[in-house]
Design a protein around this ligand. Structure first.
Ligand code: PLP
Length: 483
């Protein structure tokens, strides 16, 4: 007899879990039968979902049938090899299985005491990743959900480290005796940096954007000049954010030069290598990041380019105490939970409850091995470099940025056309036509006043024929649009 107040009977759970495993395996097996972008208008899915929750429970079979009919085909398929927009967010097989196991345990990784094994798996995975990236054990770290949150925590820790500011206790408002906080990021840095500034009380005007060079890397001379000018004008500089692999076109700020400036000026150095940092899994790419180990905080996102199911961001820092002193509050009802000698992750950030993200990474790293993961990243870089060669050889196309990783930035530029507005309009139409075909999905960006298209190779399911096909589709679209 089923307990009317109990959970799903475990026998039913076992049966349905096998069924769900089949649903997911079928999805992955037949992924390419879907268009990468579903043919759907806003509101269409909702029209097929019940208006109100059912009064009495329904069989899982019915629920799964609706899932397969309305939900599965109508997502944009991030797992699809034709998804080459934005940066990748791909879930590997072992990563998915790790998520399932974590869901079964539902371990809430607050303190060692209430999550001992999960805490220690997280410590192990952080150390593994640090070593795999060629980083020294002077860096400690933890997993968060996203780069946005890793940056926010770091900006708050940086703010907390400003001598005499006492922002944790006194806040920032109504204190004319302190200067306005100022942080620095390149004109190409991700908008999550502005969001961190908004939440940390720095404000978007407190973020000074620094110009970049011809390869979209922050200019250290411009940074040094900006800091000097701000100090003269009464601002309170406290943090520099460097980006190693900018979102638009993979500019790589010079980490060592930024570290020199930050040491001299006594500023916190935060490095956002959310996407690009994964390339450091390949030894031959590490020179691009020279000096990054000197950062006070550094982000690399396994959920971007290491085929780890969303979400998982690695936040490394020099000094765990800087985060603990910024965030730790241990009320009486939790005081018995902390064990002094152990890692109590929730003390280092905003969240009390934390997901057991480390398990999927532990499984995935063991399944593929360090070399297996690095070889896949290498293959993406090779495919992107090949694509770049095709672009360079095509008379009416131009590459708009270097290709250090898996991102190729390009635009159609027919001979004799120099007007930026007309070029932007032309490439916008090429992008619309390409995405309307739904076989591949691309995105665009704008840097240095130029609109361009972005092709990102970063999915272990993407092979040479997908990349060739993408190039052919782009050429067909250009020919159709520019008739
Ligand atoms: N930093 C960079 C350089 C990015 O490209 C992105 C997103 O693409 C982010 C941060 C934000 O990442 P998340 O979605 O993990 O917050």
């Amino acid at each position: 007899m089923n307990d009317p107040f109990g959970d799903m009977p475990v026998g039913d759970f076992r049966r349905e879990a096998h069924r769900v495993a089949d649903v997911v395996a079928d999805y992955l097996e037949h992924l390419e039968e879907f268009d990468v972008l579903p043919r759907i208008r806003p509101g269409e899915v909702r029209a097929h979902l019940q208006d109100a929750p059912p009064e009495d429970g329904e069989p899982l079979e019915t629920i799964l049938a609706d899932y397969r009919r309305w939900i599965e085909p109508n997502v944009t398929h991030w797992q699809h090899p034709g998804f080459m927009a934005y940066f990748p967010s791909v879930a590997s097989g072992p990563g998915i299985l790790g998520e399932w196991l974590a869901a079964g345990l539902n371990s809430n990784v607050m303190f060692w005491r209430n999550a001992p094994a999960s805490t220690e798996v997280e410590q192990t995975v952080v150390e593994w990743l640090r070593g795999m990236l060629g980083l020294p054990d002077t860096l400690d770290g933890m997993l968060t959900d996203t780069a946005s949150i890793s940056s926010l925590l770091s900006v708050v820790a940086a703010r907390n480290a400003v001598p005499g500011l006492e922002s944790r206790t006194q806040g920032l408002a109504g204190r004319p005796e302190i200067g306005r906080l100022r942080m620095y990021a390149s004109s190409e840095a991700h908008m999550s940096i502005d969001k961190s500034a908004i939440v940390a009380g720095v404000g978007t005007e407190g973020v000074r954007r620094i110009s970049t060079d011809a390869e979209f890397a922050m200019r250290p001379d411009a940074l040094a000049a900006a800091i000097a000018e701000d100090r003269r004008d009464g601002w309170l500089p406290f943090c520099v954010v460097g980006t190693l692999g900018t979102t638009g076109c993979n500019g790589i700020d010079p980490a060592a030069a930024l570290a020199d400036i930050c040491e001299r000026e006594r500023l916190w150095l935060h490095l956002d290598a959310a996407y690009g940092g994964i390339a450091a899994l390949c030894e031959e790419k590490r020179s691009l990041f020279a000096g990054w180990e000197r950062a006070d905080s550094l982000i690399v996102n396994p959920h971007k380019w290491m085929f780890t199911p969303f979400d998982a961001s690695l936040l490394l820092f020099k000094d765990a105490e800087a985060y603990r002193s910024a965030f730790s509050i241990v009320p009486e009802y939790l005081s018995g939970s902390t064990v002094d000698a152990a890692r109590n992750y929730s003390e280092l950030g905003l969240q009390l409850g934390r997901r057991f993200r480390a398990l999927k990474l532990w499984m995935q790293i063991r399944y593929f091995g360090r070399k297996g993961i690095a070889d896949r990243i290498r293959e993406h870089c090779r495919l992107a470099a090949t694509f770049a060669e095709w672009v360079d050889a095509a008379p009416d196309w131009e590459r708009t940025a270097p290709v250090p990783f898996g991102l190729v930035c390009l635009r159609y530029r027919p001979e004799g056309e120099a007007d930026e507005r007309r070029l932007a309009a032309l490439n916008r139409r090429i992008l619309e036509r390409t995405n309307a075909g739904r076989e591949v999905y691309l995105s665009h960006a704008e840097s240095a006043g130029r609109y361009f298209l972005r092709v990102v190779v970063g999915n272990p399911r993407t092979g040479p024929h997908h990349v060739r096909r993408c190039w052919a589709i782009l050429q067909e679209a250009a020919a159709a649009v520019h008739r």
